[in-house]
Write a protein that binds this ligand. Structure first.
Ligand code: ADP
Ligand code: MG
Length: 675
């Protein structure tokens, strides 16, 4: 028997079952063994009925002494069994249980496993697992994620059989890794992740598998990224005059900005390629940092470019950069999706000839027809919206240009290392002085009248307001406030105000027009979808209302809130909870308590898990089976050191002792990784 044999070698797996297994990517015995339980049932808790504890899972064996179908609904009656084990009586309840009736016989012994309910001296179990006699499996049983047509018992049986057929003595991790980290052998881990002998062995097995998965992930990422980084780059001038440029700002840099500028300066003046991530909360002043880097690049004789995820944002940066740079004779150009063919042609020519020094744009910048004369500095703003590839494509337009990645989504350090393992990280952990905190409230629909009164007061005193909704138009399936219906409601309710609608379904020119009018103060209330989420800067806007806030993640709520509080007026954020469970409430609570993006991102990670928030897949992070980037931060750190050491000593994983590891790395990255 071989790990790569088909699952069809197992008893009871024919073409039909094999096809079902293939749907969850299981073709070989090895893949079957890699299908880990979702959770476990602890059936070591064997109890007498009279010892049952309310709410506790337990295994009971007893004789069925009574059986009846009850309930008003004739077609879907409830099956009730009475069970006696000598110590007491217990009722077993199966809703809609007619079809189960023939499974039981009065006077026969059965074993039940389920959660006991003990109320007023009465014992019961709802929908327990059951089997005849006392043969119901004991011990700690795996519970597999099921797929249509396959049962729990199928997986248990097949995996058990595989474990007896296969010799799992082979160890694929290098021996020193096993020894230094006191990991259990691979065979032990696989056996016990499926059928743990006891709780402790499960723990040991899980630790090994989590460690292994994180190690393999990181070895793979390190390997992948090594190839990306060209070591020799541009050495920018150390007297480009950026000090004078900075002195011309209408404000002093914060200490955090200064520190980051220093880090960037050092990178730029060295002859290795800068790959730097600047993390800074909304409003921390990342644009100024970008401008300084661009200034230095241009004054050293190179072109620079800045890519933003949306047209609106790119336009905003373009306007800002044009204003900043024109006094210095630096020419800024714009490249977006909505230029006319003629405009585009002109811009492309100017870029190619080097007549434009700095090009601001959307992902239109990565298209093949964009050719630079002498690109030396690549900046991407709000990086979490771009894939690694876009970043790479853009920098390939230069000759090993320096790269700066800016993100306003603070990422916990542990995760930053995974997502941006190839980047050095600078953190702007300070806001410019004098920023007020944005007063944040969480309300329900009942308080809408008060909310509208408040909005009336704000707008009447000259301020502007955002209302954000999760959907563009009403949906038949979801009871959510849509931007369109809110727009009608608000326009009707506030005829004295100028209300406009903005959403992603509109034409670019329309969006620009609306956004432009809002920025000019010609619109009082902007009803919008999340298209306004990133970067928009309108200092006179002081009220952010987020409808159906339960539909947004914490990072997104924080981003949205960051659209206000950008000027000198006290600002407010109101979350209108339209439903949602505990998590939604918890999120709202965190938002009301904290304004710290780093804290909020940690919480976001805890509440949702990393895949959902940061688009780990978009970053090229494969799915993980046992490890959880949010939870296993300690193992992550340890395995990270190990991974670095391994790749450091054997960058190609060519040494014989790393052969097993290498194979696993290829497996995790779906063989897309050619080592
Ligand atoms: P973000 O980091 O969100 O991109 P911005 O760069 O848009 O933030 O900056 C937000 C606002 O703060 C802008 O109006 C900018 O002019 C201002 N700003 C930036 N740095 C400072 C500073 N050191 N002192 C005062 N205001 C600043
Ligand atoms: Mg910004």
């Amino acid at each position: 028997m071989n790990l790569n044999d088909s699952v069809k070698t197992l008893k009871g797996v024919g073409d039909k079952k094999a096809a079902l297994l293939e749907k969850v990517n299981i073709k070989t015995l090895n893949q079957l063994l890699g299908y880990f339980p979702r959770t476990y049932q602890d059936r070591t808790n064997i109890k007498k009925i009279k010892e049952l504890v309310d709410g506790e899972e337990a295994l009971i064996t007893g004789i069925v002494t009574g059986m009846q179908l009850t309930g008003k609904n004739y077609r879907r009656p409830t099956l009730r069994l009475l069970v006696d084990d000598g110590s007491g009586l217990m009722e077993i309840i199966f809703f809609n249980g007619r079809w189960l009736k023939s499974s039981f016989k009065i006077g026969v012994n059965y074993t039940f496993f389920g959660k006991a309910e003990v109320k007023n001296g009465k014992n019961s179990m709802l929908h327990p697992d059951y089997s005849k006699g006392d043969t119901e499996e004991k011990g700690i049983l795996p519970v597999y994620p099921l797929t249509e047509g396959l049962r729990q018992s199928d997986f248990r049986k097949w995996i058990k059989e595989t474990l007896t057929l296969i010799d799992l003595e082979d160890e694929h991790l290098p021996k020193p890794v096993i020894e230094e980290n006191r990991l259990c052998p691979y065979g032990y881990a696989v056996k016990n992740i499926h059928f743990p002998q006891e709780r402790q062995s499960l723990k040991i097995a899980r630790y090994r598998l989590i460690f292994e998965e994180l190690l393999i992930l990181q070895v793979g990422l390190l390997y992948l990224r090594k190839g990306n980084v060209a070591s020799k780059g541009i050495k920018f001038s150390s007297n480009a005059g950026e000090e004078t440029f900075i002195a011309g700002f209408p404000y002093e840099l914060t200490a955090a900005q200064e520190r980051v500028v220093k880090e960037i300066k050092k990178d730029m003046e060295s002859d290795s390629v800068m790959n730097r991530l600047v993390q800074g909360d909304v409003g921390s002043g990342k644009t100024a940092i970008a401008e300084i880097a661009l200034f230095k690049a241009v004054k050293s004789g190179y072109q620079g470019t800045m890519m933003a995820p949306t047209e609106i944002l790119a336009k905003q940066h373009f306007n800002e950069l044009s204003d900043t740079f024109s006094p210095f004779g630096i020419k800024v150009g714009f490249l977006g999706g909505n230029l006319t063919t003629k405009e585009k042609k002109t811009v492309l020519e100017q870029i190619a000839k080097g007549e434009i020094d700095i090009v601001v744009g959307t992902h239109a910048l990565v298209q093949p027809n964009v050719v630079f004369n002498n690109l030396g500095m690549v900046i991407t703003d709000e990086q979490h919206r771009f894939g690694v590839n876009q970043r790479k494509l853009l920098s390939q337009k230069g000759n090993s240009p320096d790269m700066l990645v800016m993100t306003a989504t603070p990422i916990p350090r542990t995760l930053a290392v995974i997502l941006y393992g190839d980047l050095d990280v600078s953190v702007i952990n300070e806001l410019p002085p004098g920023r007020q905190t944005i007063k944040t409230f969480s309300i329900t629909d009942k308080e809408r009248i008060r909310l509208y009164e408040f909005m009336r007061k704000e707008v009447a005193s000259g301020r502007q307001c955002y209302i954000v909704a999760p959907l563009i138009e009403d949906s038949e399936t979801m009871e959510l406030k849509s931007a369109e219906s809110l727009y009608e409601e608000v326009r009707g309710g506030f005829p004295e105000f100028r209300v406009e609608l903005l959403h992603g379904g509109m034409k670019q020119a329309e969006k620009d027009q609306v956004m432009g009018n809002f920025a000019m103060g010609e619109v009082d209330i902007l009803v919008s979808t999340v298209v306004i989420e990133v970067g928009i800067n309108v200092p006179n806007a002081t009220l952010m209302i987020i409808e159906n806030s339960e539909r947004f993640g914490l990072a997104q709520l924080h981003q949205l809130r960051g659209r206000v509080g950008r000027g000198r007026h006290q600002s407010y954020c109101v979350l209108v909870l339209g439903g949602g469970g505990e998590v939604a409430k918890e999120r709202a609570k965190i938002m009301c308590q904290s304004a710290d993006g780093f804290y909020i991102s940690e919480k976001d990670l805890e509440l949702r898990g990393p895949g959902e928030i940061f688009g780990t897949r978009q970053h090229g992070i494969p799915d993980l089976k046992v490890a959880d980037l949010a939870k296993h931060t300690k193992i992550l750190a340890i395995s990270q050191e190990k991974a670095k050491a391994l790749i450091g000593k054997d960058p190609q994983l060519k040494k014989p002792e790393n052969a097993g590891l290498r194979e696993k790395v290829q497996g995790l990255f779906n063989e897309s990784l050619t080592l």
